[in-house]
Design a protein around this ligand. Structure first.
Ligand code: PLP
Length: 442
């Protein structure tokens, strides 16, 4: 974009000067509405999410056998919820700002199979595709015990088909591992920022990894092209997939069930704030959709991005969505938060979800490293840098009176609040790599 164009845009949208200066920025969304008003714009319904729950239940017997680490939960891929009071105190001390209410962590970082939030959407989309192929071929019916998918006949059937995906790392890990286990031939197109150990792990599962010197957008484009050349190849489209989105959305009802087992109340007087690290938007968007369906207007979803990759904030704030990338306004999309290194947001997610999201903010890489170190020290929980993005959110929410006014929160409601930081990855980071992350904390 020419500098005259950028100046005009910045005049119209003053926050752009904060973004281009790479300052940590918070924007509470004046366009946020009630669920009733926002839901019709999503283009997906509660029924769609119910079907996703039912599909995952059909696959549970298969997953319990194919991935023994899921046997304890009956083949349901779900993560734990942890109160983190020591981290709350540490954040308050380090930042000189209280966290109104209580701080909790949702440990998608430790989801089985791939150790990140992508174990929700990525795996769900591959299972959906496998089910469709097998049913169309008359090899499976909805009433069957899906553990028969482990049979050599079905694996041979799936080996005639292939899967392709472009990824910064974690989506490739999820899709690669599940696809290879089912029997698909699978190619993962990896962007430059993808970690070496993720590529090595994929290759050890028999996945073909193609590496690019460019960023996520290029890896996705190349993956899409390669898939177009092969009629038996299915391309998983992280930027536009409704299926991925629905795989993430089941988290909402699951969390609600978890809360009721632990006697945690969410209602008007006990609001729930959820902080979701955002890359292209499918993961946090899908989870937020599921949360809204489960908790209605009592849940408030806030997206977190690196200062160098604020694509969703940029898209929703300007209303330009995927028509504008961070590179267009002179931001480099280079961040240690590799899962969030996305320059152009999903157009689908921003448009679908913008009325149901309370806010967006950016975090500096060094802030991510610091919080990574504090969480390891205080709670002995280790995450990858991306997964800390949500941890900066509660203090932004608690400190911003204009947001409290916008939403009409009373002091009492805020003191009763639960702040749930969605930890999106890190459970499989090798020790040597983790030591390097920890060494960067101050
Ligand atoms: C992919 C990812 C996200 C964000 O998901 P998107 O669908 O890209 O928005 C957040 N954290 C981690 C660790 C991820 O891998």
């Amino acid at each position: 974009m020419k500098s005259t164009e950028l100046n005009a845009l910045t005049e119209q949208f003053p926050l752009l000067s904060e973004l281009t200066a790479l300052n940590e920025t918070t924007w509470f969304n004046p366009g946020a509405t009630s669920l009733a008003e926002g839901l019709p714009h999503v283009g997906l319904t509660e029924q769609d999410v119910k079907e996703a729950h039912a599909r995952l239940a059909r696959f549970a017997p298969y997953l319990a056998k194919a991935f023994p680490e899921t046997a304890a939960t009956g083949g349901i891929i779900e993560s734990e919820l942890a109160a983190i009071p020591a981290m709350q105190k540490r954040l308050e001390k380090e930042n000189g700002q209280t966290v109104c209410g209580k701080l909790w962590l949702k440990k998608d970082s430790h989801l089985p199979i791939s150790g990140s939030i992508k174990a929700r959407g990525g795996i769900y989309e591959v299972l959906t595709h496998a089910e469709k192929l097998a049913i169309e071929a008359g090899l499976l019916s909805l009433e069957d015990d899906y553990s028969q998918l482990l049979s050599p006949e079905l694996r041979e059937f799936f080996s005639r088909y292939s899967i392709a995906v472009g990824s910064t790392g974690n989506l490739g890990l999820s899709i690669g591992i599940i696809s290879a286990r089912i029997g698909f031939r699978v190619t993962v197109h990896m962007s430059a920022d993808a970690r070496e150990w993720k590529k090595a792990k994929l290759r050890s599962h028999g996945v073909e990894v193609v590496e690019y010197a460019e960023d996520y957008g290029v890896a996705v484009e190349q993956g899409r092209k390669a898939a177009e050349a092969d009629a038996n190849c299915f391309f998983i489209d992280d930027e536009n997939s409704r299926t991925l989105f629905l795989g993430y959305a089941v988290a909402g009802q699951r969390l609600k069930d978890q809360f009721s087992r632990q006697a945690i109340t969410v209602d008007e007087q006990h609001p729930l704030f959820v902080y979701l690290p955002c890359g292209v938007g499918g993961g946090p968007g899908g989870v937020a959709f599921g949360l809204k369906l489960a908790f209605g207007d009592h849940v408030h979803c806030i997206f977190a991005e690196p200062t160098h990759s604020p694509c969703m904030l940029l898209g929703v704030y300007t209303g330009l969505h995927d028509a504008l990338s961070v590179q267009d306004i002179g931001i480099d999309n280079l961040t240690a938060a590799d899962g969030l290194a996305v320059g152009r947001a999903s157009g689908f997610v921003g448009r679908a979800m913008q009325r149901l999201l309370d806010g967006f903010y950016t975090v500096d890489d060094q802030t991510l490293y610091n919080m990574l170190g504090w969480l390891a020290e205080e709670e002995n929980i280790r995450l990858e840098p991306s997964a800390l993005a949500g941890m900066a959110g509660p203090q932004r929410v608690c400190a911003t009176a204009s947001y409290h006014e916008m939403q009409g929160f009373s002091a009492r409601q805020l003191n009763n609040a639960m702040h749930l930081v969605w930890a999106t990855g890190g459970g499989m980071v090798p020790e040597a790599e983790m030591a390097q992350y920890l060494a960067k904390a101050r």
